[in-house]
Write a protein that binds this ligand. Structure first.
Ligand SMILES: Cc1cc2nc3c(=O)[nH]c(=O)nc-3n(C[C@H](O)[C@H](O)[C@H](O)COP(=O)(O)OP(=O)(O)OC[C@H]3O[C@@H](n4cnc5c(N)ncnc54)[C@H](O)[C@@H]3O)c2cc1C
Length: 159
């Protein structure tokens, strides 16, 4: 497969990068590749556990990309060959590009310096639907929940 612009990562950063490129360069083929089948609205994640009650109500529609003419590939990039301008994917072989945008985002820091961080029923807030479904199930079963961290995400989760 070949594309003019390849964006790795299909969440907030990747979507906006792809849409901006496509809007500016209408004739270019723009492709987004992301691992997840469905992308969570990051800002809505705490509300899955409260008002929304269901991860399916917190999905960024793929039509945001496809309606704008951006190609979408669900796969994982496993390596980047910059001299030859191509990436290797787990399922779809190689994708050649002219320009590459990395929008691979972030994962929560696991505080391994706190003894017990790896016990059962200790979770982080990942932007991953299947993981969030599992956390939701565990929270539904729990009587007491402790939130460690009082930034925006901690406060929203507590609420
Ligand atoms: C609970 C929570 C609440 C938040 N609330 C707010 C808020 O209210 N307001 C706000 O502004 N921000 C909020 N944020 C922050 C916001 O989520 C991030 O700023 C935003 O998600 C960053 O987007 P991103 O696209 O850079 O990265 P990410 O959202 O981390 O996305 C990275 C993407 O890259 C993909 N990817 C990674 N590696 C590969 C690979 N090798 N191959 C293919 N795909 C790959 C991932 O699957 C993912 O789709 C919140 C975050 C959380 C966790």
């Amino acid at each position: 497969m070949e594309t003019d612009v390849l964006v790795i990562g299909g969440s907030a950063g990747g979507i906006l990068a792809a849409l901006s490129v496509k809007k500016t360069y209408k004739d270019k083929k723009v492709t987004v590749i992301r691992m997840a089948e469905r992308v969570m609205v990051p800002c809505g994640i705490p509300y899955i556990f409260g008002t929304l009650k269901d991860t399916s109500k917190n999905v960024i529609p793929d039509s945001m990309l496809t309606n704008a003419g951006v190609e979408l590939v669900i796969d994982e990039v496993v390596s980047i060959d910059r001299p030859n301008k191509k990436v290797s994917t787990r399922k779809n072989g190689d994708i050649s590009y002219k320009k590459l945008i990395l929008a691979t985002g972030s994962l929560p820091i696991v505080p391994t310096f706190i003894p017990g961080y790896d016990l059962d029923n200790v979770f982080t807030i990942k932007k991953d639907e299947e993981y969030l479904k599992f956390v939701q199930q565990k929270i539904n079963e729990a009587e007491d929940v402790v939130v460690v961290g009082g930034g925006f995400i901690g406060v929203e989760m507590a609420e």
